[in-house]
Design a protein around this ligand. Structure first.
Ligand SMILES: [Zn+2]
Length: 406
């Protein structure tokens, strides 16, 4: 177990970045096995680390200011005060708890003494948790500079709070656990590019949960979760290049899915889809790959050109106001208008021409060869029905004549 902190050796030296580590040494003799645990202090002056044997007679720990991230570790032999200071209070506490566990002979998982010292100077950037070592203490010991965390198949019921402190995290794999919700704290992971949550129990993904997902995401895997709906604001994740939604209970995909202009790989196999959003065809470059196998798509020849919904009436005053706000980039705030009104405005659907429609709209079917959506296609059918929103009679006529006209 190791932490990085500002370390000052005695009263004379200056505080400098260093790290502290607990390591065990096993000495096997013909008669008995001796286990010793050492605290090793790595500093710029001593890159190989100064070793201090931990036992009750040799060690005193002062924790009066531990809530401020400060502690003093005093050794009698050799006589040395080590002042430790870190912003990461949680990790400092976990480290001191582990030291105390050594004194009282509790089980603590520690590295053994044989490893090359150079490896301690290099920070660990990737960690894979194992079923044997995935308790709260193991999570608390994760270094805040960690870039990749793999915690797969550990029966976790939720995101461990420590994860939200890992601000440098780029890859987070929590596949094959028992997670039900995506908590707000995820929004703190501002460097996150890949989030894998396949084989969990996320049945209900709200637009609020979708809102908390970091905008930096390039890959999102929500396969095999039992999801029924994907909120339309998934398009806020506009850097997504890979989106996997296989093995859920989706009957429909958001109309605006095609707005994810960086999307290259999309999969939604083994769902209940009857159609695909027309936006995947219109105004975007082709996907590299699409996998929509194992879906009960409508037979294209019976549906093509049909109008599913025709409500092309004159827009209401409310819808006109929404349109003006959108056009001029005016954001309504909850202080000014009821929240329900904001939700309604956010729920506007894009016409294939780009205009946002509210209640006055039509929805039309078209038959589209999947080869016009992606270069590589995995599907049981070669032509699918797409559903598109139309803002006007003009757009509807244009689309009915040629769904690729936009
Ligand atoms: Zn239109």
């Amino acid at each position: 177990m190791r932490i990085t902190a500002d370390v000052r050796m005695g009263n004379k030296s200056k505080a400098a970045k260093g790290s502290l580590e607990l390591r065990k040494k096993e000495i096997k003799t013909s008669t008995k096995d001796i286990k010793e645990v050492y605290l090793i202090v790595y500093t710029a002056q001593n890159k190989n680390g100064a070793k201090y044997k931990i036992n009750a007679d040799n060690l005193q720990v002062f924790t009066k200011f531990v809530a401020e991230g400060k502690a003093t570790i005093r050794f009698k032999e050799p006589a040395q005060d080590i002042f430790v200071s870190t912003k990461d209070v949680v990790q400092l506490k976990a480290f001191l708890v582990a030291m105390r566990s050594v004194l009282s002979n509790f089980h603590v998982t520690l590295g053994s003494m044989g490893a090359a010292p150079a490896s301690h100077v290099v920070k660990k950037t990737r960690v894979t948790m194992t079923p044997k070592d995935c308790g709260d203490e193991a999570f608390m010991a994760l270094d805040v500079t960690l870039e990749s965390l793999n915690a797969v198949g550990l029966e976790l019921k939720l995101f461990k709070p420590r994860i939200f402190k890992l601000r440098n995290l780029v890859t987070l794999d929590l596949s094959d656990n028992h997670i039900k919700d995506i908590p707000d704290g995820v929004a703190k992971l501002v460097s996150l590019k890949e989030m894998k949550l396949s084989k969990n129990r996320i049945k209900d993904l709200t637009s609020v949960a979708m809102h908390t997902l970091p905008k930096s995401l390039v890959l999102l895997d929500l396969s095999d979760n039992g999801l029924k709906v994907i909120p339309p604001n998934i398009t806020k994740l506009n850097r997504l290049a890979t989106l996997r939604l296989d093995g859920n209970a989706l009957e429909r995909l958001p109309f605006s899915l095609g707005k994810l202009s960086d999307l290259r790989m999309f999969s939604a196999s083994r769902n209940k889809l009857h159609s695909l959003p027309g936006s995947l065809v219109a105004s975007r470059s082709k996907l590299e790959e699409i996998d929509v196998s194992g879906n009960p798509f409508h037979p294209p020849d019976q549906q093509s050109g049909k109008i599913l919904l025709d409500n092309l009436v004159f827009p209401s005053l409310r819808d006109l106001v929404f349109g003006v706000c959108r056009k001029h980039g005016i954001r309504l705030s909850p202080e000014e208008v009821p929240g329900a009104l904001i939700s309604l405005m956010d729920a506007g659907l894009p016409c294939v021409c780009g205009r946002i429609c509210y209640s006055a709209l039509a929805v039309a079917f078209a038959s589209v060869p999947l080869s016009s959506i992606a270069r590589t296609v995995v599907s049981d059918v070669s032509v699918v029905v797409t559903e598109s929103v139309m803002c006007s009679k003009g757009c509807l006529d244009k689309y009915s004549n040629n769904p690729f006209a936009f």
